[in-house]
Design a protein around this ligand. Structure first.
Ligand code: SAM
Length: 290
């Protein structure tokens, strides 16, 4: 699936300042400029400038490589080099023409701002796709998130979208960065499996006019029970609202139906990621079998 992505929307790339690509470097100082450059990817500004992001953990790095994502640098913990999978992944990275940096655990901890760092950190090129490249097939679902702000929510939604086989997640308006450390962590690797689109509200509304399928919005004043529509056999666009403000009026107006998940108890609403999970499993209920 990841092969369908393109990086047309990515900002001009600037590699961390590595003078000899495809080589193994041994670095143990946290003040080394290469390490500083990689650590800076914890900041949105630097991710935007470079078009790069960090994925932590050997499993994630392998998932990303298997899905065809472009690696720029692999940082490995020197103390873990007895692990054959780690050395194989390092060799694979070098074979791809990217750099491998052998570093102390302290350096890995500084890069990811963690006390117990993983044995590997991959620096990858960001990849998003466009609305026109989304392929929902005859009964696929795409999640549209209106101004999602919380990185944990976005990561959880990407992971859940992957789990139900969703065809993509569209980030509308001013959303949290899907390539932030916290979001990538929360996706548990699903960032590499689900096509991500960034779009303005106007672009989404324009694309929606050509969409043939059910456009289902979720809304606290929706009057249709979320279990009422028959989602089978048609593509579905599932629109979810911002954590504070809910779905914008123009997006709500563009929906065929506004759905509500009935609640008991005192809570005003469900957490966005939970509501998205409930919806996704309902939309995909007939398609998912044990
Ligand atoms: N104060 C906001 C409001 O009134 O819309 C609450 C937003 S809620 C935390 C975030 C989003 O989750 C909502 O916009 C909606 O998409 C979805 N959501 C949460 N609980 C829901 C429910 N019971 N029924 C339908 N959608 C729900």
């Amino acid at each position: 699936m990841a092969d369908d992505f393109d990086d047309k929307n990515a900002r001009p790339a600037r590699r961390p300042d590595l003078s000899a690509p495809g080589r193994v470097k041994d670095l143990s100082s946290v003040s080394n400029p290469i390490i500083k450059d990689i650590r800076a990817l914890g900041l949105k500004k630097h991710r935007e400038e470079t078009g790069l992001f960090i994925a932590e953990g050997l499993k994630l790095v392998i998932d990303a490589l298997d899905a065809g994502w472009a690696i720029e640098t692999l940082v490995v913990a020197k103390s873990q080099l007895h692990n054959p999978l780690l050395t194989q992944t390092a060799a694979r990275t070098v074979a791809l023409g990217a750099d491998v940096v052998e570093a102390s655990e302290k350096v890995l901890g500084v890069i990811t701002r963690r006390d117990n760092p993983q044995s590997a950190i991959g620096v990858f090129r960001q990849k998003t796709t466009s609305l026109d490249k989304l392929d929902l097939g005859k009964d696929g679902v795409v999640v549209v998130l209106d101004r999602v702000r919380d990185p944990g929510n976005l990561g959880t939604i990407l992971r859940t979208a992957d789990a139900v086989g969703a065809k993509g997640v569209v980030l509308v308006g001013d959303c949290v960065d899907p390539f932030s450390l916290e979001t990538v962590r929360a996706t548990m690797g699903s960032i590499f499996a689900v096509p991500i689109v960034r779009a303005s509200e106007g672009q989404l509304l324009g694309w929606r006019t050509k969409f043939r399928g059910l456009v289902a919005g979720t809304h606290m004043s929706g009057t249709t029970d979320y279990r009422a529509p028959d989602y089978a056999g048609k593509p579905t666009l599932l629109m979810m609202g911002n954590e504070q403000a809910g779905l914008s009026e123009p997006l709500a107006k563009a929906c065929d139906v506004l759905l509500r998940i009935p609640q008991a108890g005192r809570a005003d609403s469900l957490n966005l990621a939970i509501a998205t999970g409930v919806m996704l499993f309902e939309v995909r209920r007939k398609a998912l079998v044990l």
